[in-house]
Design a binder for this molecule. Structure first.
Ligand code: SF4
Length: 186
């Protein structure tokens, strides 16, 4: 699966000139028309921004939410009432399930950054690879090497899903790092 990172692309048009049959610019943004391997292999190494990548990895995402329509925006993602679990594979994100953040109800008074609280959230997240929220608290220091922590400015979950798909390159790059910093996506 070839992906062109929206964040990294500067719209220089080099890829379009090399492979006009398969790549086009629409409203200033580069889009793939197809995946004819011969042509796309040519543009993979030509991009000055390294914005074009082949992504084979599958990832499990958790989106923290209170109302199940928007990601939590009034507190840290670890304080969300629910985590929506989405599976990424071959350019698609598919909703899998909702996990209740049980610790939220039991321990509302716990102080931020409490290691016990971080452990409780980790237990709920389980097999998750990437945690998505608007805000991350002090526990991000404990979380960031276990999960890719992605902060997004957008609130509506449907728009957040689109942002994740558009920027899957950077998310995979961050996932593969030994020492992660986390990402901020717009
Ligand atoms: S070569 Fe890279 S930076 Fe230039 S338009 Fe294509 S994807 Fe964007």
């Amino acid at each position: 699966m070839i992906n062109i990172s929206k964040n990294k692309c500067i719209g220089c048009g080099i890829c379009v000139s090399l492979c006009p049959e398969e790549v086009e610019i629409i409203d200033g943004q580069v889009k793939l028309k197809g995946e004819k391997e011969k042509c796309l292999k040519k543009i993979l190494n030509a991009c000055p921004q390294q914005a074009i990548k082949e992504i084979d990895r599958k990832l499990v995402f958790a989106l923290g939410t209170d109302d199940k329509k928007n990601i939590k925006d009034n507190d840290h993602v670890g304080e969300a009432k629910y985590f929506q679990i989405w599976n990424y594979s071959k350019g698609e994100l598919v909703y899998k399930e909702e996990r209740k953040n049980a610790k939220y109800q039991e321990d509302e008074e716990k102080i931020y950054g409490d290691p016990g609280k971080a452990q409780a959230v980790s237990n709920i997240l389980g097999n998750v690879d990437v945690v998505v929220g608007k805000m991350f608290g002090p526990n991000i220091v404990r979380m960031k090497n276990r999960y890719v922590c992605v902060a997004v400015r957008e609130g509506e979950i449907s728009k957040v899903i689109k942002i994740i798909k558009e920027n899957i390159n950077e998310i995979v790059e961050e996932y593969e790092k030994k020492d992660r910093n986390g990402l901020i996506l717009n």
